[in-house]
Design a protein around this ligand. Structure first.
Ligand SMILES: [Zn+2]
Length: 304
């Protein structure tokens, strides 16, 4: 009898522990991410995006019908970002996962198969749109339109019930891209200069679209630092062409832009590649379009 009593006690303890474990394990989609007072009934689609422009486009299409979470945190330069295994575990429970594709988010490429196997709808939004290993397609409003169309299709694939709602939002977004494209065309129609010295090679597609000549200080990623020889060549080129402004970025070190500017007596201007916004920018309501318009103003200043 005493042995049976002990066994009973052990079984009760085991049941108790497993109940605690299952309660802890059942926090719903998104794990410990705070989403206010939403209850699961209201949440149709839970979308994770790798970095800002994709996040912004998905949010504009999804409106309040879906939850969009961005994986690269605010203020973090997206090129060298990789999520932790803990973060990956969290968004592995989402409904949709959208990334751009190598070389922007190579970590996403690696886990995309696993996510699909878990039942997520996965979109490699930049598939077939990138040339020469240059990921910065979102900076061309016309290619951004194509990205948004693909994001829309994936969202509808996960939530057909709200197709019309998403269609309406996509139509508004398309108008905004067209308007931005017109502003760039008009704004850069009468420029006398073409050369833009950029902190990193972010404007390849933008330059091609609007007839600019990109001179990057670092490479396709801000982490590719220039050699002293390359810096000397850049200084010479800037002098030769009498370039008055050097661009720098907010999420990468401005040191190379500053060095060239002080060497030749040029002024510094910010260009935001919209790969990521700071918390302050997000709080003050900035988005892809407001950043692009500020970029256009600064390009006009540099090229007049
Ligand atoms: Zn970049």
């Amino acid at each position: 009898m005493r042995i049976i009593g002990k066994l009973k006690a052990i079984i009760i303890i085991i049941i108790g522990i497993s109940m605690v474990v299952s309660t802890v394990g059942c926090q719903g989609k998104g794990g410990n991410i705070s989403v206010g007072d939403l209850d699961d009934e209201d949440i149709k689609v839970w979308v994770y995006t790798t970095f800002y422009p994709i996040y912004d486009f998905a949010k504009k299409i999804g409106g309040d019908k879906l939850i969009v979470e961005n994986i690269v945190p605010p203020g973090v330069e997206p090129h060298d970002f990789e999520p932790s295994p803990k973060q990956i575990a969290i968004f592995s429970d989402a409904d949709v996962f959208i990334y751009l594709g190598e070389p922007m988010d190579p970590w996403a490429e690696k886990i995309s198969g696993d996510l699909e196997a878990r039942g997520l709808k996965v979109l490699k939004a930049g598939e077939g749109l990138m040339e020469n290993d240059d990921p910065h397609i979102w900076l061309d409003p016309i290619i951004a339109k194509e990205l948004s169309k693909r994001i829309f299709q994936t969202i509808v694939g996960a939530d057909e019930d709200n197709r019309e709602f998403y269609e309406g939002n996509l139509a508004s977004l398309n108008e905004e891209f067209d308007e931005l494209d017109r502003e760039f065309k008009d704004g850069l129609a009468d420029i006398t200069r073409k050369d833009v010295v950029m902190a990193h090679a972010a404007v390849g597609y933008l330059a091609k679209r609007y007839g600019l000549n990109q001179i990057p200080i670092t490479g396709l990623s801000p982490q590719e630092e220039p050699s002293p020889r390359k810096m000397a060549e850049l200084v010479e080129l800037v002098r030769e062409r009498d370039i008055k402004y050097i661009f720098f970025e907010e999420l990468a070190s401005p040191k190379f832009s500053e060095t060239i500017a002080s060497e030749v007596g040029a002024d510094l201007l910010v260009f935001n590649p919209v790969g990521g916004l700071t918390l302050e920018q997000i709080r003050s309501g900035e988005d892809y379009f407001s950043m692009m318009r500020r970029n256009l103003e600064n390009l006009k200043t540099a090229l007049e």
